[in-house]
Ligand binder design. Structure first.
Ligand code: CDP
Length: 393
């Protein structure tokens, strides 16, 4: 609400305002993008002492469904001031002012969002004023549009919000709370620098035409500066993402190369240990065995060379020492059994020979049978041929 303008808010000598700014200066402004993980897009704006958070969800299904627009998306904006955002506790119930600001921001954003791309859906924008210090609707509009861009919602342009007002008959840019309360009036605007288009314009107080034109011109200049801050904030976030994406494959490749190197090194080491140490020790152990037993078994060395660890090699050589004694005993037993079997086989062979000889005397009879059958078969064939020849004739 504009005051009567009687309170001195501009120093006559220096021309500076109560916070030290010149008439055409913005408050220090900073925007952070992508501050909320659960939102599709988000932005946090610091504009002087204003701290405002905007979160965008959608395009998403609309509830209740009867509110859905058949040809475009519904843009719903919820501007809320936190109870702790102002010096005097604000009521948590949504006020008429909050509903009004929600509507004007929603209308402004509707003019740039390509709503026809998303029929029957809703794009929800939640604005929470954490700290208020005048000009919150403009800062909220800036934050909301930046959050929409962060959400990847297609838009014709980016809107930047800022107010210009009348303080001690001077047109000034970006009024803070005292100027807003005690000044003669303010004109909040929403302006798209790329489209050169005003999407929000309100007026509170009394302005001459010259003052109005000057105020709008000043606000547009301020909006252009804010647009640069929005762009920078969006660039910063996406530069980080790009760097992350660009960096990942290189890191992965480097990691893969490292692991491959480690694996190949360890393989080479293990091969070397198997080839050299294991075999050398195996051969050495064999040589010692040789000295003890005076025998050298090539099979044993082959078996040992396949064993990788030296401890295993030692175990194997121990086992073989024991098995050698056992095999000598077994060999004696096996040769005894073989001799017995051979004797039995010889006897069997002799018996078989006798049987064969006895059978050899009966062979002619068998041959007679076969010849008779053969003759009868040949006779049958002849008769068959005769019958066929008769039929053919
Ligand atoms: O914030 P903006 O200038 O866009 O809207 P306004 O209605 O002119 O509000 C002016 C300022 O009054 C706000 O920015 C707040 O700092 C302050 N205010 C307050 O102290 N308590 C309220 N319940 C509402 C507004």
């Amino acid at each position: 609400m504009a005051g009567d303008g009687s309170v001195k808010l501009i120093d006559e000598k220096t021309g500076k305002r109560t916070d030290g700014r010149k008439f055409n200066e913005l408050r220090p402004t900073k925007i952070e993008v992508g501050v909320l993980n659960n939102a599709d897009g988000s932005a946090l704006i610091y504009m002087g002492n204003n701290k405002i958070l905007a979160a965008v969800y959608g395009p998403r299904e609309l509830h209740p469904k009867h509110l859905a627009l058949p040809d475009r998306a519904l843009v719903q904006c919820y501007y809320r001031m936190s109870t702790f955002s102002v010096a005097e506790r604000k009521s948590p119930a949504p006020s008429r002012r909050e509903r009004e600001i929600s509507k004007v921001i929603s209308d402004a954003l509707n003019s740039v969002i390509l709503t026809k791309d998303f029929p029957r859906t809703t794009i929800d924008i939640y604005i929470q004023v954490l700290q208020a210090d005048g000009g919150t609707r403009c800062a909220s509009l800036t934050a909301a549009c930046t959050a929409l861009a962060d959400a990847g919602i297609p838009m014709r342009g980016i809107i930047s919000g800022v107010a210009a007002g009348l303080v001690n008959d001077t047109v000034v840019l970006d009024l803070h709370d005292i100027e807003d309360q005690k000044g003669s009036g303010d004109i909040p605007i929403g302006y798209s620098a790329t489209l050169d288009e005003i999407s929000l314009l309100q007026l509170d107080g009394v302005f001459t035409i010259e003052q109005f034109e000057e105020a709008v011109k000043l606000a547009i200049e301020g909006a252009k500066q804010i647009y640069e801050i929005q762009k920078e904030a969006l660039r910063e976030k996406y530069a980080q993402i790009r760097a992350e994406f660009a960096g990942e494959p290189e890191e992965e490749e480097a990691e893969e190369e490292d692991t491959m190197e480690i694996v190949s090194q360890s393989l080479a080491e293990s091969e070397a240990s198997v080839d050299e140490t294991a075999i050398d020790e195996a051969v050495a152990s064999e040589e010692t065995e040789e000295k003890k037993t005076g025998e050298k078994t090539t099979i044993e060395i082959e078996e040992v060379s396949e064993v990788e660890e030296v401890s295993e090699v030692e175990e194997v050589s121990e086992v073989e020492e024991v098995s050698e004694v056992e095999t000598d005993e077994h060999q004696d037993l096996v040769s005894d059994i073989a001799e017995e079997l051979n004797e039995e086989l010889d006897e069997d062979e002799k018996e078989l020979e006798k049987e064969l000889n006895s059978l050899g005397t009966e062979k002619p009879e068998e041959n007679d049978d076969t010849t008779t059958t053969n003759t009868t078969e040949s006779e049958d064939d002849e008769t068959e041929h005769e019958e066929i020849n008769d039929l053919e004739e």
